[in-house]
Design a protein around this ligand. Structure first.
Ligand SMILES: [Zn+2]
Ligand SMILES: [Zn+2]
Length: 181
């Protein structure tokens, strides 16, 4: 038997796609990414926070701050939804790097998804009661994903150091706990 690392579990896969999408963010206030899946666990859309196309990026001209938020950007979840051309994702899944804000949460509820997971808390008390109430009513699972970002990246690295992996020749590459973020 080969010593094969197991393939990524679905929720880690969704989280890593959201994390990858966040690397396209152009707002230095928060690098947010999202991934949307249908009920069959097929990816339907990805998004990141950034200015509407044609506008100058926050990274270039600075953010427009209103009440502690950057008002310049389209949020990652809304941006992903915009590519669906009105298609809904009943029973589907949403993964976001940060806890969704209320307007984005509402956009995801409109899609009829059944699961919303995020990697990092962000303003955790904003609209908490509202979000919990809607989730109860609609049977939506809303969770902070129990994954450490460094562990997710380690798992990716380990997988690709196994049989058939892209880094199989590079077993010395590691992310140690002592490595600073
Ligand atoms: Zn910004
Ligand atoms: Zn939002």
């Amino acid at each position: 038997m080969l010593n094969t690392p197991p393939r990524l579990r679905f929720k880690k896969y969704g989280a890593l796609i959201a994390l990858s999408a966040s690397c396209r963010s152009t707002c230095p206030r928060a690098r947010v990414g999202s991934s949307l899946f249908d009920s069959g666990k097929r990816v339907a859309a990805t998004g990141f926070n950034g200015v509407p196309s044609g506008q100058p990026h926050c990274d270039e001209v600075g953010c427009v701050m209103v009440n502690g938020h950057c008002n310049n950007t389209v949020h990652a979840e809304k941006s992903a939804k915009g590519t669906l051309n009105g298609r809904k994702l009943p029973g589907g899944y949403v993964f976001v790097t940060h806890r969704p804000c209320r307007p984005c949460f509402d956009e995801m509820v409109e899609l009829e998804v059944a699961h919303i997971g995020f990697l990092t808390e962000y303003r955790p008390n904003d609209d908490r009661e509202y979000i919990e109430k809607v989730c109860r009513e609609k049977g939506i699972e809303f969770e902070k994903l129990p994954f450490d970002i460094k562990d997710l990246l380690k798992e990716l690295l380990t997988f690709h150091q196994g049989p058939g992996g892209l880094l199989v020749q590079k077993p010395w590459l590691t992310i140690s706990d002592e490595t600073p973020y």
